[in-house]
Design a protein around this ligand. Structure first.
Ligand SMILES: Nc1ncnc2c1ncn2[C@@H]1O[C@H](COP(=O)(O)OP(=O)(O)O)[C@@H](O)[C@H]1O
Ligand SMILES: [Mg+2]
Length: 490
């Protein structure tokens, strides 16, 4: 059974129950008011028999009683009776006086033609002074006193009050009352039902639709959340789940894309030297290299290409291992100033050959200890210096190294006055296989893995690497390393 039907049933149930209760109450009230059930009427009777009149009415009644006892003929005086009647009327009661069987006075407020016939008979002992009586559907409470006029005729004086005007009102208003109450209950039920449906069933429908979407693999939608209740929370959790799922799928797709690209790049980069080698080997086989000099040249070319290939495979291997975080870092305390000194010394011969001046720009006087993996750090520095010398285009070729210190970090800058890098290329130079010039010409550069490897290594050290460059002026490559604190240095 769907929630919608359950709700509909429960609301209808409530409606029926409240209608039943209402009808029951209404009929009880009607019965009480119109006196169809004796029991209820009797309850009133007992109460009004003991206490038919209010205090004010009672005091007027006592006055009349006194008069009847001491000066009975006064009760024949219409003027006096009118006066009493007026007093009684102000407290909503009426006066009735009888002599033998004839009415002497009747308040017109009582407005009951059958009153006379229903009044109790004369009883000089006054056994029951206070009582109730009902005429048709009307109900009265009264106090009476029987006495004798001076001529010994039977006299009675009544102070009468009609009770339960509510009965009258109910009888007249009951149909309207019933209709409007039923109406209110029905309208309230319909509104409650709609409210609950809106706040429970609709969001659930939305949730189901979303789940349906996800099942079909569509994750590009958002779940609108309107409420803060349990269902709102459920929606929120669901929305978070969708986002996560979407992200992880995106990530997987990107990884997949990366892998494809990597494979295609590797195949391309491997094919070029291999095609070259194949060409020269074929030349030798076919006897194109027919002189010892030519033969020598061919073999040399093949040798260089093989070395290139070896270097490329080596870089690829290192890069992929770094990428998979499979290379352990051997961290130790290194004096970075001494380390750069060694690098410059080592490279001096190569640089002089290429007419490049490699020197210190800013060198701290004292040793500065950093935590680093020496071998990998060397690889980074060599990759950067290698690039600097590869992209030289000026007559005077300079590479300058600076070290700057902050309390926690050491920043190394390697600056050249080469071609510079176009601003739009700078964000990509640390990506694998990225080379700013489109032709993959191996005379100016390598595989495009040099800076990617440098980036991985510095990242492994917990440092940062970045470049600043101006096209035609030169390039600065920076990287940071964490300084060894004094405690660690011990
Ligand atoms: N010092 C530099 N001067 C000019 N361009 C540079 C410099 N260093 C790096 N680049 C640019 O960044 C690219 C990526 O460098 P790298 O990853 O070392 O690859 P590769 O040296 O194999 O081309 C280079 O191809 C080049 O376009
Ligand atoms: Mg390089």
């Amino acid at each position: 059974m769907s929630i919608r039907i359950k709700l509909l049933l429960s609301f209808t149930g409530m409606l029926v129950i409240s209608l039943l209760v209402f009808v029951l109450t209404a009929s009880l009230f009607t019965v009480a008011a119109t006196g169809d059930i004796r029991g209820v009427r009797d309850f009133y009777k007992v109460h009004y028999q003991v206490n038919p009149l209010t205090e004010q009415e009672e005091s007027i009644f006592l006055e009349l009683k006194y008069l009847a006892k001491n000066e009975p003929d006064g009760l024949l005086d219409q003027e006096l009776l009118k006066e009493y009647d007026f007093k009684l009327r102000t407290v909503r009661a009426g006066l009735y006086v009888r002599k033998e069987n004839l009415q002497v006075y009747e308040s017109n407020t009582l407005n009951q033609p059958e009153l006379e016939a229903n009044l109790p008979p004369f009883d000089l002992n006054n056994n029951q002074i206070r009582n109730t009586l009902s005429i048709g559907e009307r109900f009265y409470a009264y106090a009476k006193f029987d006495f004798q006029f001076s001529d010994e005729t039977k006299g009675s004086v009544y102070v009468i009050r009609e009770r339960s005007p509510f009965g009258e009102v109910t009888r007249k208003l009951l149909p309207i009352l019933v209709l409007s109450l039923v109406g209110i209950i029905v309208v309230a039920n319909v509104m409650l039902y709609r409210w609950i449906t809106r706040s429970v069933v609709k969001p659930l429908d939305l949730l189901r639709n979303s789940a349906e979407h996800i099942k079909e693999g569509n994750l590009q939608f958002t779940l609108d959340m309107h409420s803060k209740d349990e269902i709102g929370q459920l929606n929120e959790t669901f929305e978070n789940m969708r986002k996560r799922l979407h992200e992880s799928i995106q990530l997987r797709l990107r990884d997949e894309e990366n892998r494809k690209e990597l494979i295609s790049n590797i195949s391309h980069d491997l094919r070029t030297p291999i095609t070259n080698i194949k060409g020269y080997v074929e030349g030798i086989r076919d006897g194109v290299a027919d002189t010892p000099e030519k033969m020598d040249k061919y073999v040399n070319i093949i040798y260089t290409k093989t070395i290139d290939l070896d270097k490329l495979v080596d870089e690829l291997f290192l890069y992929s291992k770094l990428d998979l975080k499979q290379v352990p870092f051997m961290f130790e305390h290194v004096d970075i100033v001494g380390f750069i000194d060694d690098c410059i010394d080592e490279q001096r011969y190569v640089m002089e050959e290429k007419d490049i001046r490699l020197e210190w720009k800013e060198r701290p006087g004292d040793p500065v200890e950093v935590i680093a993996d020496l071998e990998k750090l060397k690889r980074t520095v060599l990759n950067i210096i290698g690039n600097a010398q590869n992209f030289m285009d000026k007559g005077q070729k300079n590479i300058g190294v600076s070290i700057r210190l902050s309390p926690e970090w050491v920043t190394v800058e390697i600056r050249d006055n080469g071609t510079g890098i176009a601003p739009e290329s700078i964000p990509y130079i640390f990506e694998r296989f990225y080379r700013a010039e489109p032709s993959r010409n191996s005379s100016t550069g390598g595989s495009g893995l040099g800076l990617a490897i440098a980036g991985q290594i510095i990242e492994g050290h917990g440092g940062q690497i970045w470049a600043e460059s101006e096209l035609g002026v030169g390039t600065s490559l920076y990287f940071t390393l964490k300084r060894a604190t004094r405690k660690e240095a011990r």
